[in-house]
Design a protein around this ligand. Structure first.
Ligand SMILES: NC(=O)c1ccc[n+]([C@@H]2O[C@H](COP(=O)([O-])OP(=O)(O)OC[C@H]3O[C@@H](n4cnc5c(N)ncnc54)[C@H](OP(=O)(O)O)[C@@H]3O)[C@@H](O)[C@H]2O)c1
Length: 336
C-alpha cells in the first residue's frame, strides 16, 4: 500500500527539501499543511508529483483532526519562532498523541538539541527554541516503538544560513576583506546542508526497521569559524577572516533585534517567552562549548553521497557570501 505522509512545516526552509525528497518518485503521497495554498512555496510544492496541499492552521485541534484522516505517516517541524517554547512543547506532544489516536504507522519529529540539559541546566545554555524541541524529543524517546514507530531527526543551523543570518559583511576598514562574525570562540559548530537533511528524512521513512526508535543527529560538518572563513577564501579567492565577538558585541551587529520576543504569533505578554537576546545567548553558548555530538560514521553509512564539508558545499553551490533569502518567516514578515 502506498504510504501517505502528512508534512507539518512543509513550506519552510526545512520542510521543502523533505517534501521534495519524498516526491522524487511515486512511493509516497504527500500532504502539506499550510496556512495558505497560494504562497509561492505552496504553489511550488503543489507542482510536484504526489503532493497535495491542505489549507489550515497547524496549531489548531480541529484542523489537525481533519489533516490526520487517511494518512499513515507524519513529519513534524513545528515553528518555535512563531509560537514560542511553551506552545512548541504542547503541540509537539499533542501531535504525537493525535498520531497514535489516528493509528499512524510512523511519526517523525524534527528535533533540536536540548542545550540546557546537555549543559547541566546552567542558565547560560537556556535557549527556548532548542530546549522546547529538546523536551519534546525526551517525551517521544520515552514512548514505545510499537504500535507506532517513531524517529527523531535532530538538526542544527542550516548551512544555507550562510547566505542570510550567518553571512559575512565587509570589514569597515578594508572592504576587500569579508568578516564572518560569531560569538563562538574556538567552538566547532555543526551546519547541515538542507538537501541532505531532506535525504535523511526520506531514509527514515524508507527504512522503518532501522529508524524506529532512533534519534538521528545530523550535520554536514562541525566547523570552527576560523576554518569556515579559510574555506571561503580557498573557494572564492576572496580574503575573509573570522571575528570572535562577545555576545554583547554580537547583539549590536544588527543581525537580529535582541529585544524582540521569540514567538511572534503568540501573546507577547506571556512571561515565559524569551527575548532574542536571552534565547540566542543560550544558543551560541551551546555551540561555543561544544555540548552536542554527531556520529559521522553512521551518517556516511546512511547517506554515502552526503556533502561532507562546508568547503564542498561552497564549491557545489557556488557560494559567494551574497545574500539570498532562506526563511519563509522572514519573507512573510518583509511582505507585511
Ligand atoms: N534556522 C535554522 O537554522 C534552523 C535549524 C534547525 C531547525 N530550525 C527550526 O525550524 C523551525 C522553523 O522552520 P523553518 O526553518 O523551515 O522556517 P521557515 O522557512 O521560516 O518556515 C516557517 C514554517 O512554519 C510554518 N508556520 C505554521 N504556522 C506558522 C505561523 N503562525 N507563523 C509562521 N510560520 C508558521 C510555515 O507554514 P505556512 O506559512 O505555509 O503556514 C512554514 O512552513 C523552528 O522551530 C526552528 O527552530 C531552524
Amino acid at each position: 500500500m502506498k504510504e501517505t505522509v502528512l508534512v507539518i512545516g512543509g513550506t519552510g526552509a526545512q520542510g521543502v527539501p523533505v517534501v521534495k525528497s519524498l516526491a522524487t518518485d511515486s512511493k509516497y503521497n504527500v500532504h502539506v499543511l499550510t496556512r495558505s495554498a497560494s504562497s509561492k512555496e505552496a504553489k511550488y510544492l503543489a507542482s510536484l508529483p504526489s503532493v497535495s496541499i491542505l489549507e489550515g492552521n497547524t496549531y489548531d485541534e480541529t484542523t489537525l483532526r481533519q489533516a490526520f484522516k487517511d494518512i499513515t505517516c507524519v513529519f513534524v517541524n513545528t515553528n518555535g519562532f512563531a509560537i514560542g517554547e511553551k506552545a512548541e512543547i504542547y503541540w509537539g506532544i499533542r501531535l504525537y498523541e493525535l498520531a497514535r489516536e489516528f493509528q499512524v504507522k510512523h511519526f517523525v519529529y524534527a528535533g533540536l538539541e536540548y542545550g540546557s540539559k546537555l549543559g547541566n541546566f546552567n542558565h547560560k545554555y537556556r535557549c527556548g527554541h532548542l530546549d522546547g524541541k529538546g523536551k519534546v524529543v525526551d517525551f517521544i524517546s520515552a514512548q514505545p516503538t510499537s504500535p507506532m514507530a517513531w524517529s527523531v531527526l535532530t538538526s542544527c543551523m542550516y548551512m544555507e544560513a550562510l547566505t542570510e543570518f550567518l553571512r559575512p559583511f565587509p570589514d569597515p576598514t578594508d572592504p576587500d576583506i569579508l568578516i564572518f562574525a560569531a560569538p563562538l570562540g574556538e567552538g566547532k559548530c555543526p551546519l547541515i546542508y538542507l538537501e541532505d537533511y531532506g535525504a535523511y528524512a526520506r531514509w527514515i521513512f524508507d527504512n522503518p526497521a532501522r529508524s524506529n526508535g532512533l534519534v538521528l543527529h545530523v550535520a554536514t560538518e562541525d566547523i570552527r569559524w576560523e576554518d569556515l572563513a579559510s574555506a571561503f577564501s580557498q573557494v572564492t579567492g576572496q580574503k575573509a577572516v573570522y571575528k570572535d565577538v562577545s555576545l554583547e558585541e554580537y547583539f549590536k551587529l544588527g543581525i537580529l533585534d535582541p529585544d524582540a520576543i521569540v514567538g511572534h504569533s503568540t501573546d507577547q505578554d506571556d512571561s515565559t517567552l524569551l527575548t532574542y537576546r536571552e534565547n540566542f545567548s543560550g544558543f551560541w553558548n551551546t555551540w561555543k562549548d561544544n555540548l552536542t555530538k554527531r556520529d559521522y560514521q553512521l551518517l556516511d553509512t546512511i547517506l554515502p553521497t552526503r556533502v561532507k564539508s562546508v568547503k564542498e558545499w561552497m564549491e557545489k553551490t557556488g557560494y559567494s557570501g551574497k545574500y539570498t533569502s532562506l526563511l519563509k518567516d522572514r519573507r512573510d514578515k518583509a511582505r507585511k
